[in-house]
Write a protein that binds this ligand. Sequence first.
Ligand code: SF4
Length: 436
Amino acid sequence: MTASLPMPVAGCTDLPVPFASNATQLPVLKERGQREVFCGLTGIVWLHRKMQDAFFMVVGSRTCAHLIQSAAGVMIFAEPRFGTAILGERDLAGLADANEELDRCVQQLLERRPDIATLFLVGSCPSEVIKLDLHRAAERLNQRFFPQVRVLNYSGSGIETTFTQGEDTCLKCMVPHLPATTTDAPELMVVGTLADVVEDQFSRIFRDLGIGPVHFFPPRRARDLPPIGPNTRLLLAQPFLSETVRALQARGATLLQSPYPFGVQGTNAWFRAAAAAFDVPDARVAEATRAPAERAVRALARYRERLGGKRLFFFPDSQLEIPLARFLHHECGVELVEVGTPYLDRLLVEAELPLLPGTITLSEGQDVDKQLDRCREARPDLTVCGLGLANPLEAEGMRTKWAIELVFTPIHGYDQAADLAELFARPLDRAERLTV
Ligand code: SF4
């Protein structure tokens, strides 16, 4: 049973004052068993699209190369901005000097691709197993290639990670290189990769609100690193950037607590949080956001009809589970059975937790067999999970949604709210069509 809310209508699109006042005390089922996770290299798929002057060189095995190729799709005609320096048997056996090989690969790449301004060396399970020190490699290569090319390194290793952690480790490795702010006036930094179309929409609204300067991190060009300092206010666009946020705080920035900009209500609350930090009155926020919010409410209405009353089970995978569960419950009328998250970092979801209904099972971590048992017993209408669980559950007659699609698709903001709902409605529609 979940608390029901009135259907959102134009002009009435705010999140409720937390109605499960003890929801921050919602018991958390912590599980530490076997987990189904997906490799952090996957983040390269959206990061390379965002930072158009960057190149991601995975230092890994053929398996890593296959993963990244199949995740990103094979680009035959374009020169992609990612690749794999494949560790051969001689490297893995220690018979070749992997550092020399790496330097040779980097030199060849940079000679062929003068457009590269930032080169990320991305660690993998194999490079970590043979203890190849990519941090020292990046320092060594910077001595040769900086300032034409900045060489950075991070780990995308799939050992014990969720696939969105690749973005966190990537952004964190850039933080020490951000320049210091040069004034004391407040500045806003939006943290987390956003599709360019969403970034443009948000920029327009910030401009209408008179909030600025606004920096987006990561930037569209890795060379244009945004400034950071005690006058920076951080507004998070993605709920999986634990290490990056702490690194930015260590540089003096202040985190603004807000629900995430998913759905109309989340996006309203997100702009309000920014506006409050810049002393912009609520009335001005309402005026600047009214038209897109009303459009989004109208577009969402049919999904509320489609998804209302459906029971949904989230396996822990993308770390987007908590804000998406809030959106689905409040704006689409979905009944939440279990909301699983790989990690529960309260610093990042402080404003979201009180908005979850107090009747759900909130779980952190995973013991996959036990969780599958709970899911089978609940027989939800839709299960959101990783690729590895989706096929077996479909074979058992359950409808599933791949969590990874939620990261590959623009889902933030007003104009994407209906597209976000559509992602959950589609598997249900398909199942219905197949049974007619
Ligand atoms: S899990 Fe490890 S070995 Fe597999 S693709 Fe990812 S980094 Fe490579």
